[in-house]
Design a protein around this ligand. Structure first.
Ligand SMILES: [Zn+2]
Ligand SMILES: [Zn+2]
Length: 241
C-alpha cells in the first residue's frame, strides 16, 4: 500500500494532473481529477426522487414518491439509478471519453460513483453495457458503456457480458423529440441467445439516461427473452429541476 502511494506520488510529479473540466493544474491530486470549483458544480442525485426510475425532484417536492411515468408502470425496467444530474461538467467528461477516447476520466467517474445511488441497485447475475451497432463500434474502437461498466462494477468485472446487440444503426437520442426517440430505437435491440439471460437478474449500464427510451427498449428486449429483473445504472441523468 505504502509503495502504491509512493509510486502514485512520483507519477503525479512526472505526469502532472489537470482538471477534466477546466484543465487547471491540480495542486493536490487524488482519486478525482476535478478542481474544487468544478467538483462543486456536480449535482449528485439524492432524495427526494422516484424510487423506481430515480428521477430527482426539487427539494420542495417533499418526500420521495413514484413519478407519473412509474405510477402508470410504463417502464420495462424495474429500477434505475444515476450518479449525477447531466450538466456541462458531466457532458465534458463523457464527451472526452466518447469522442477523443480519453480514458483518464474513468477513474474519476468510478470514484464519484462510489457513494452514489448506484449502491442501491441489487447485486445482478449479469451486467450488460448498452451495445453500439457494430459499424459504430468499428469507427469508435470501443464502447463507452462497456468501459463505464468495467470501472463502475470493477469488483464484478466477470459478470460483464454482451448478450444484448444493436440490430440496426440509430441516431443519437440527444436532440430528438419524444416520438422520434421512440421510433429511433424501437426494435433496435435483440438478445441472440435468450438462454443466457432467462431467469437471471440483469444490470444495464449506459452513460446518460435522457428520457429512458434507450434503456427501456433494451429492458423490453431482455424481459422478452426471459430476464427475471432488469435494473439500470447510468453515470448521468437529464433532469429538469
Ligand atoms: Zn476545474
Ligand atoms: Zn419514476
Amino acid at each position: 500500500m505504502m509503495l502504491k502511494k509512493l509510486l502514485q506520488a512520483a507519477a503525479d510529479i512526472i505526469f502532472p494532473r489537470h482538471c477534466l473540466n477546466c484543465a487547471i493544474l491540480l495542486e493536490r491530486p487524488g482519486a478525482i481529477d476535478l478542481c474544487p470549483a468544478c467538483l462543486a458544480r456536480l449535482l449528485f442525485i439524492g432524495a427526494p426522487f422516484c424510487p423506481v426510475c430515480g428521477l430527482m425532484y426539487p427539494k420542495s417536492a417533499g418526500d420521495s414518491h413514484p413519478c407519473t411515468v412509474c405510477g402508470h408502470g410504463k417502464y420495462a425496467f424495474d429500477r434505475a439509478r444515476a450518479v449525477f444530474a447531466y450538466n456541462k461538467v458531466v457532458a465534458k467528461m463523457i464527451h472526452s471519453l466518447k469522442f477523443s477516447g480519453k480514458r483518464t476520466g474513468l477513474r474519476t467517474m468510478a470514484a464519484l460513483a462510489e457513494h452514489s445511488l448506484l449502491t442501491q441497485l441489487s447485486c445482478p447475475d449479469i451486467i450488460i453495457p448498452v451495445p453500439l451497432h457494430p459499424k459504430k463500434l468499428r469507427g469508435r474502437g470501443f464502447n463507452q458503456s462497456q468501459l463505464l461498466a468495467s470501472v463502475l462494477f470493477a469488483d464484478q468485472g466477470h459478470k460483464i457480458q454482451s448478450y444484448l446487440i444493436r440490430t440496426r444503426p440509430t441516431r443519437p437520442q440527444l436532440g430528438l423529440r419524444g416520438v422520434e426517440r421512440r421510433q429511433n430505437v424501437a426494435g433496435a435491440f435483440a438478445v441472440p441467445e435468450p438462454d443466457m439471460v432467462r431467469g437471471r437478474s440483469v444490470c444495464l449500464v449506459d452513460d446518460v439516461f435522457t428520457t429512458g427510451t434507450t434503456v427501456n427498449e433494451c429492458a423490453k428486449s431482455l424481459k422478452k427473452s426471459g430476464a427475471a429483473r432488469v435494473e439500470v445504472a447510468t453515470l448521468a441523468r437529464v433532469i429538469d429541476l
